[in-house]
Design a protein around this ligand. Structure first.
Ligand code: 4AD
Ligand code: MG
Length: 480
């Protein structure tokens, strides 16, 4: 057996008392031909390996360079030096893999920027910032499953390849095996998808919601957590072409039940990370503080990362209708002084992210749930309110991020749903299976989608969504 190692995170909790251990990891630094800072990704804290002078060959010592991988066995003892509780006094050091320090793409002394690290995303896991981000991302994902499992929700795996456009927004990536030259065509010149793999046009899913509703109308409470794809050409710090979404769907829920669940869910997963990843949150809080020192005073966050998360846990989200939000925006000094790039044109307008951020960051200074939106700017499946103008939609807006959740109560009345689909040119025939839920034992139900990367951004304080997913897919970029 090769692997009898102790992980460094675990090791650092021990009281050093001459225990014999083996650790494995990658060299972060090597000082004075004697002190190796070794990291294995379990924590940002390194173990200090001491290679006593004279004990090891020069040839071996020369190979201990940045990012070389080592297996080290020895004895742990209280450290004589400052800054660490213990040293690992090495008996044997084995280089598992050499690393040419000059060619290694991440030279910490050059203070690599986040932009540069995106170009070497295959190696950026080995930096403290990304190690913390991805440990937090893991913890959030784990907490998502724990939250729903505790509440008796079923995890449903919805398809990645679909023939429908769940959001009706037409922002889909096509999936095909048809050739680009000599594409089979119908007589009228359109592509003949009968010749395609699935014998019809298919695409990558934009949302698992429609299939989620099928499951919710049998199991009651379900959720999905999977990759979703949008071919929207938005080159922003909040948009990915491939992102992960969590979509709970609940039978017998109205819009208010839906908002209550979403708020409890967000608080739960934040609390989980605060309880289990405090070291990483402290590190990321410090990173954000340093980063913001470069900014003018008025552009800096009012709260540190930890304070912000604690504040969100302690306070109720502000709930208000779309109509109330428009009034606030219209009457704001910001609007009167024409500080919005997109002017407030009045009721019925779609809110831009600057408007959402005004409400969250300037007006209420906490997460906001906006509900009852004009039906013209929302998807076909949302339940129509009695006023004939609005639908039972809700968006949750988070400070620094904007929209983090989108959801609604669903239209469970067959006639109203069919009518709305026709008005919005959603193919009623193709969605026969979706409409069957309304034909056979329809129930009031609701659900929402949380953009997982936006949530990770919120919790880690990372400004760009490309830095919270391992290998981002954005317009013009699909490396790694
Ligand atoms: O508001 P959206 O489009 O809602 C839906 O897809 C519904 N089917 C959800 C539901 O009710 N089950 O997307 C939901 C969330 C957004 O609030 C945002 O957080 C995230 O998904 N999102 C994106 N995240 C990253 N990159 C993109 N291009 C995103 N588009 C949406
Ligand atoms: Mg939305």
């Amino acid at each position: 057996m090769f692997n009898k190692r102790v992980k460094i995170k675990e090791l650092l909790t021990w009281e050093p008392a001459q225990q014999e251990v083996t650790v494995m990891g990658w060299v972060r630094s090597f000082r004075n031909n004697q002190f190796i800072a070794l990291n294995d990704g379990s924590t940002n804290n390194n173990i200090q390996v001491v290679a006593e002078l004279g004990r090891f060959d020069d040839a071996l010592l020369k190979r201990i360079s940045t990012s070389a991988s080592l297996r080290v066995s020895g004895i742990i003892a209280p450290s004589l030096g400052k800054g660490q509780k213990m040293d690992l006094m090495a008996h044997t050091i084995e280089v598992l893999g050499d690393s040419d320090a000059e060619k290694y793409p991440i030279q910490l002394r050059n203070r690599p920027t986040l932009e540069y690290l995106r170009e070497v995303a295959h190696m950026r896991f080995r930096t403290n910032t990304f190690a913390s981000v991805f440990r937090v991302r893991h913890a959030l994902a784990f907490a998502v499953h724990q939250f729903f499992n505790e509440k008796g929700f079923l995890y449903i795996h919805t398809p990645i390849i679909t023939a429908s456009d769940a959001e009706g927004a037409g922002e889909m990536f096509r999936v095909t095996t048809l050739p680009f030259d000599n594409t089979p065509r119908n007589e009228d010149g359109t592509v003949n998808f009968k010749e395609d793999f699935f014998e019809r046009a298919t695409n990558l899913t934009v949302s698992g919601q429609l299939e989620g509703e099928l499951a919710a109308t049998a199991f009651g409470d379900i959720y999905t957590f999977g990759p979703t794809f949008r071919a929207e050409n938005s080159n922003t710090a909040r948009h990915l072409a491939e992102f992960w979404m969590i979509e709970p769907e609940m039978a017998f829920y109205d819009l208010e039940d839906n908002m209550n669940l979403a708020e409890a869910f967000i608080k739960y997963i934040i609390q989980y990370v605060m309880d289990h990843n405090s070291e990483d949150i402290d590190f990321l809080a410090q990173r954000l503080l340093e980063e913001e020192k470069q900014l003018p005073q008025d552009k800096r966050s009012e709260m540190g990362l930890k304070e912000k998360l604690e504040f969100v846990l302690k306070n109720d989200f502000q709930r208000l209708t779309y109509t109330e939000a428009i009034e606030i925006l219209q009457n704001s000094n910001y609007n009167k002084k024409k500080k919005f790039q997109f002017p407030i044109t009045g009721w019925g307008m779609d809110l831009q992210s600057e408007h959402e951020r005004y409400l969250v960051e300037k007006e209420f200074k906490k997460p906001v749930i906006l509900y009852n939106y004009p039906r013209e700017i929302k998807a076909f499946y949302m339940r129509q309110n009695e006023d004939g103008k609005t639908v039972a939609a809700m968006d949750i807006l988070a400070p620094g991020i904007g929209e983090i959740v989108g959801g609604s109560q669903r239209e469970e009345r067959l006639d109203k749903l069919e009518q709305r689909m026709k008005e919005m040119q959603v193919p009623v025939d193709e969605l026969w299976w979706y409409l069957d839920t309304r034909r056979f034992g329809t129930v009031p139900h609701a659900g929402f989608g949380l953009g997982f990367e936006r949530m990770v951004q919120f919790v880690t304080g990372m400004g760009n969504i490309r830095d919270v997913i391992a290998f981002p897919r954005t317009p013009g970029s699909a490396e790694f």
